[in-house]
Design a protein around this ligand. Sequence first.
Ligand code: SD4
Length: 329
Amino acid sequence: MTTRRKFLSASITASAAAMMGLSSKANQKTIDNYKSTTVIKPLIISTWHHGIAANEAAWQVLIQNGSALDAVEAGVRVTESDPTITSVGYGGSPDSDGHVTLDACIMDHLGNAGSVAFLENIMHPVSVARKVMELTPHVMLVGDGALMFALENGFEKENLLTPEAERKWREWLNKREDVPQKINEQYHDTIGMLAIDTNGNLSGACSTSGVSYKYRGRVGDSPIIGAGLFVDNEVGAASATGLGEAIIKIAGSHLIVELMRQGDSPKAACKIAVERILKKQKITKQLDAAFIAVNKAGETGAFALRKGFQYALYQNNENRLIDCDFLIE
Ligand code: SD4
């Protein structure tokens, strides 16, 4: 008897194949079997306006038949080293003590994952996360241990606090507003990126300096596999931006992938996750969240709690910024 799960995975495979213009005979095979014969259209989806520049770098990898894993790492590195982006990597807002502390993770099509949290003085936490995935038996390294591991693996210690970020932090110190700060575009802009390569494989990555002026030692959703990012190559992938505490509490990205497994579209799955946050959590001015998702068929979607979230989609040789649908004005 065909189980619901088998049926769904068969229909996902069939619709993926249909989108790729495959014959019905070929449709009977799994996506992985197409590797040698079929050209699958690659795509990249990422969060916020800075996703446009990040997508460009990731696209260069994909069009040369590079892996989705290499693509998402290359893309996220662009955002991490841009000092004008005030909540990722270099130039990111510091914690309440004036230290830039970074969270990042990466996950590949085989289900391998690596993550770093509360990492200081390293420009590219996403690349350290990849090394954690590839060189250690662990998923996550944090704080001084993550820094030691990075230095042992050739990363250099750098000051990530730009004069501008320091100036704004000092201004905040004088005002002594609540911690964590209100979440809006000015205070948060995590990069989450998902890609499909020409082999039809999925990977994702996520990187942030977290909520501005957070408590020292605070870690958000972005390095938590299942919260800030989740990839299941049979089904799809999702990533999050917004108030990490809210996203962790619903295991947001994992929830979305599981909803897609049960047949929801990427957008519908993102919307359900946002509604779950609203249903379960007290609405405060800090509460915000948005998700992006892609399924194995190459369908993409996103949904935000509040107005203003945009995501960048690179598909069919076009890199576009898209205004996301939302629940609350
Ligand atoms: C965090 N989710 O550390 C991150 C912040 C963020 O867009 O997404 N900003 O909670």
